[in-house]
Unconditional design. Structure first.
Length: 385
C-alpha cells in the first residue's frame, strides 16, 4: 500500500504524466503558430487569385485613358499555340501543357475584352507554333483557336500573318498562305476604313525577298499603292516583323540571313530600305508589330511611333495592349493612347491558384489537430459532505 501510494504521488509531482502534458502544450503552441502562418498564406494567395481574375479591370482603372474614345482596339502578339507534336514528344505532360496554355491565353484575351470593351481585336502573327503543319493537325489547332479567342468583338478579329504561320521568304508557299487566309478569314494584305483611319496589314515575310514571287508582287503592289487608296486618311499599320531600328534599342538587334538565291531565311527586322519607304511614303502615326517576344517601343521620327507588343505567352507575362483614339475638336487632330496590360507568368499564376486551396486545407487540418490535442475540461469538484 505504501509503495502504491508513493507511485501515485510521484505522478502528481511531475513524473511521466506531467512531462507528457508539457509536450502536448508545446505541440498545441507550435500548431497555433503554423495555423497562423497557413492563414496568412491562404489570405495572400486568395488576394492574388482575386487580382488574377480582375487584373485587366485593374489595368483599365489605373492607367491613363481617353475619356470618350471613338475607337478601341485590343492587341495581342505571338501566342504560338502548340499541338500534337508536343504531345508526341512529352506525352501526358505535353498534353497538360497545351491544356494549361489554352486556358491561360483565353484568360488574357477574354479579360482584356471584358475590361476595355474593344471594337476590334488584332493578333499580330505567329498564331501557331509551326508553319509546316499537316492539314489534320492544322484543323485541330484551329478548333482550339476558336475556343481560346472567344468571344469575338463586334468588329471582328484581324489575324496578321507571321513567320510561324507561313515561314520566312525562302520557304513561303502559296497554298499555305491561302490556307491561312481561309482559316482566319483575314487577307495577308488588306486595308479597311475604320473610324476615320485606314487599318492596314501586309505580308512582312515576303517583302524583303521571297521564293514565292507572286506573293512578293502582291505585297509590293499593296504597299506602293496604299497611300493613294487611303485618300488622305491616317494609316495605322499592323504587321508581324518590326521595322528596322539601331542596335541596342530593342532586345533583338537588326539581323537578316539571306540565301544564295537572295531569299530571306531569317530576320529580326525589316530591311532599312523598306522601313524607310514605309515611314516616308505611308507616314503612319502608329505601327504595331510582334515577332520580338520581349517587345519594344521606338519613335522613328516626329510622325511615327512603333509599338512592338510583347508575346502573350506565359513565359513573357501574358502581355496585351489596347489602342484607343478620339478626335479633338479644339486641336483639330486625333488623340491616341496606348494602354499596356501585362498579366503574370504561368508559374506565378499556377502558384497562386494552387497555394490558395492547399494553404486553406492545411489551415483546417492544423486547427483540427490542435483541437484534438486540447485536453478535456476537468471534472467538477467533489462537494464536501
Amino acid at each position: 500500500v505504501c509503495r502504491l501510494s508513493f507511485l501515485m504521488g510521484s505522478k502528481k509531482k511531475g513524473g511521466a504524466s506531467s512531462g507528457g502534458g508539457l509536450w502536448v502544450q508545446r505541440g498545441r503552441a507550435l500548431l497555433g503558430v503554423l495555423a497562423v502562418c497557413a492563414a496568412v498564406a491562404a489570405l495572400l494567395a486568395l488576394l492574388c487569385v482575386c487580382y488574377l481574375s480582375a487584373y485587366a479591370r485593374v489595368c483599365a482603372a489605373t492607367t491613363r485613358r481617353l475619356p470618350s474614345p471613338d475607337a478601341v482596339i485590343a492587341l495581342y502578339a505571338d501566342p504560338q499555340m502548340e499541338g500534337g507534336d508536343r504531345v508526341l514528344a512529352q506525352g501526358w505532360y505535353g498534353a497538360l501543357n497545351n491544356w494549361i496554355n489554352d486556358r491561360y491565353h483565353h484568360h488574357v484575351y477574354a479579360s482584356v475584352l471584358a475590361a476595355f470593351q474593344p471594337d476590334y481585336a488584332v493578333l499580330l502573327g505567329d498564331i501557331f507554333s509551326c508553319q509546316n503543319l499537316p492539314h489534320k493537325e492544322f484543323r485541330a489547332r484551329l478548333l482550339r483557336w476558336e475556343q481560346v479567342f472567344y468571344p469575338i468583338p463586334e468588329g471582328g478579329i484581324l489575324s496578321v500573318v507571321g513567320n510561324h504561320d507561313i515561314g520566312y521568304g525562302y520557304e513561303v508557299l502559296p497554298p499555305v498562305v491561302r490556307r491561312f487566309e481561309t482559316a482566319f478569314q483575314s487577307r495577308v494584305n488588306q486595308a479597311a476604313v475604320f473610324h476615320g483611319h485606314v487599318l492596314a496589314t501586309f505580308n512582312s515575310m515576303v517583302i524583303d525577298g521571297s521564293k514565292a514571287h507572286g506573293e512578293y508582287e502582291d505585297t509590293y503592289e499593296f504597299l506602293t499603292t496604299l497611300r493613294e487608296r487611303a485618300e488622305g486618311r491616317p494609316i495605322l499599320l499592323f504587321h508581324h516583323i518590326p521595322l528596322h531600328k539601331p542596335a541596342g534599342v530593342c532586345v533583338d538587334a537588326p539581323f537578316m540571313n539571306v540565301t544564295e538565291e537572295g531569299f530571306v531565311a531569317d530576320q529580326t527586322m525589316l530591311s532599312e530600305q523598306w522601313s524607310e519607304y514605309i515611314l516616308a511614303a505611308l507616314q503612319p502615326p502608329l505601327i504595331f508589330t510582334g515577332h520580338d517576344h520581349n517587345g519594344c517601343y521606338y519613335e522613328h521620327n516626329a510622325h511615327t511611333t512603333e509599338y512592338t507588343i510583347p508575346s502573350m505567352m506565359g513565359e513573357f507575362g501574358g502581355y496585351a495592349a489596347v489602342l484607343e483614339w478620339s478626335w479633338d475638336e479644339a486641336q483639330q487632330q486625333y488623340l491616341y493612347n496606348v494602354v499596356r496590360c501585362p498579366f503574370v507568368s504561368t508559374p506565378l499564376a499556377l502558384s497562386a491558384l494552387l497555394t490558395a486551396p492547399i494553404a486553406s486545407a492545411l489551415l483546417l487540418a492544423l486547427l483540427a489537430l490542435r483541437r484534438f490535442l486540447t485536453p478535456p475540461p476537468p471534472p467538477p469538484k467533489r462537494k464536501d459532505e
